[in-house]
Ligand binder design. Structure first.
Ligand code: ADP
Ligand code: ASP
Ligand code: MG
Length: 404
């Protein structure tokens, strides 16, 4: 008898037919004699709709109230999935994040898990029940509901698998696994049979939304191997773990694209030590994640700073920089939402030269202008115009022969 954690994402539980199909899958595992903990997301589109409602009432809704609102999406699904299992004669019970003992800090809308006590999940499993847990949510020290950041049901599943010492963790989604690029953008992308945490983490943080990056970080930290696979068929998925047995040296594992980036340009600030520090300190205090940064050469005592931030942080970034510039008594700020960050990822590139030059020359050949560049040992990212993002992903995918 194995203990399995299965997570079903938004598309997998989109409507009642899909919830029935998922219930059939869960029932099969339960009948095979396994103990099954299921983590579900809100039905596809529900979280976005709730956010849109809140923003229609206020441009910057209060984070605590947002969490109260967003958590209902997952709560709807746990009840419906449990009821669907009852209809199949399978004993099952639902638990909210708090009831499953998922404790977090109080940073609403991006809370971090502090502890998983598990509530009565083990007892329910021992009593022969399937336990259906609401993903994406937890509870803080005051008993207030928190959420774990977009895509956070992945994290709920990985964290529960770690806490319960599950034998298997399966992330069911609407694609057959992790591909060399988003298969919606690159139709001939290839499924990756096995991938290491490091590469999966880079792909996820650089925009491949098939896994939430914080979930991969957690899996890496607590060594939780997991499988990403489809809830629409029985094809084998992608195994994500610490080491893989691939024999050949792969230079680039995949191409990622992040279309939720905003470019911020701070112009005409004094070209003197400390000016940039003040701007970035104000951004840090506003909890804005700054990514790619370019500072041009100062001319006539004046400098310009350009950087990217997640689109969700753009409003706060703007406000923080404006406050800072008011104190500096100089400069102005502008932003453009029409950029994308396209990245190539692979641990193999550490030991090879020529990867960057192939990337840049491929983009140049296709008339794609690079606005900013950032690199680490295992990735190269460029900021380009949003209109050219899909093209860039496709031409890079074939330049690095990922379709072979
Ligand atoms: P879920 O609702 O199950 O959590 P998501 O929509 O969050 O699913 O993630 C699945 C989607 O991720 C796929 O439909 C696919 O378009 C996208 N995706 C982006 N990059 C990749 C990739 N490299 N491999 C597979 N899917 C990817
Ligand atoms: N429902 C949440 C979201 O849309 C969490 C998740 O789906 O994983 O981000
Ligand atoms: Mg997801």
């Amino acid at each position: 008898m194995a203990l399995i954690v299965q997570k079903y994402g938004g598309t997998s539980v989109k409507d009642l037919d899909r919830i029935r199909a998922v219930a059939d899958r869960i029932a099969a595992s339960h009948r095979a004699g396994d103990q099954v903990v299921v983590v579900v997301s809100a039905r596809g589109g529900v979280t976005n709709r709730l956010i849109a409602d809140a923003k229609a009432l206020h441009p910057e809704p209060d984070d605590r109230e947002l969490d109260v609102l967003l958590s209902i999406g997952e709560q709807e699904t746990i009840a419906l999935a449990t009821i669907a299992l009852h209809a199949l004669g399978v004993p099952a019970v639902s638990r909210t994040g708090g009831q499953a003992g998922i404790f977090t800090d109080s940073v609403h809308t991006k809370a971090r898990i502090t502890e998983i006590r598990g509530g009565d999940v083990r007892e329910q499993l021992e009593a022969g029940k399937v336990v259906i847990v609401a993903g994406f949510q937890g509870v803080d020290g005051h008993g207030f509901t928190t959420t774990l950041g977009r895509g956070g049901s992945d994290l709920s599943a990985i964290a529960l698998a770690a806490a319960l010492k599950a034998d298997l963790c399966q992330i069911y989604t609407d694609v057959d696994g992790v591909y060399t690029a988003d298969p919606r953008i690159v139709p001939d992308a290839k499924k990756i049979p096995e991938i290491i945490y490091e590469e999966m983490l880079e792909l996820a943080s650089l925009g491949s939304k098939v896994m939430q990056s914080r979930a991969v970080e957690f899996a890496n930290k607590y060594n939780v191997p997991f499988e990403v696979r489809s809830s629409f068929n029985n094809n084998p998925g992608t195994i994500v773990k610490a080491e893989t047995s691939t024999l050949e040296d792969v230079l680039v594992r995949g191409v990622a694209c992040d279309k939720n980036q905003t470019k911020v340009v701070v112009s005409d600030i004094p070209d003197q030590p400390g000016a940039a520090a003040k701007v970035f300190r104000s951004l840090a205090e506003a909890k804005v994640n700054v990514d790619m940064i370019v500072q041009n050469v100062g001319r006539q005592g004046i400098a310009n700073l350009t950087f990217t931030v997640p689109a969700d942080d753009a409003y706060r970034a703007d406000r923080a920089v404006n406050e800072c510039l008011a104190k500096l008594g100089a400069g102005s700020v502008s932003r453009t939402d029409r950029i994308a960050k396209v990245s190539i990822v692979g641990v193999g590139m550490q030991s090879h030269s020529g990867v960057a030059s192939l990337m840049f020359s491929t983009l140049a050949e296709h008339g794609i202008n690079i606005q900013m560049i950032s690199t680490s040992e295992i990735k190269i990212s460029v900021a380009i115009s949003l209109d050219q993002a899909d093209d860039a992903v496709r031409v890079l995918h074939s330049a690095f022969e990922l379709n072979k």
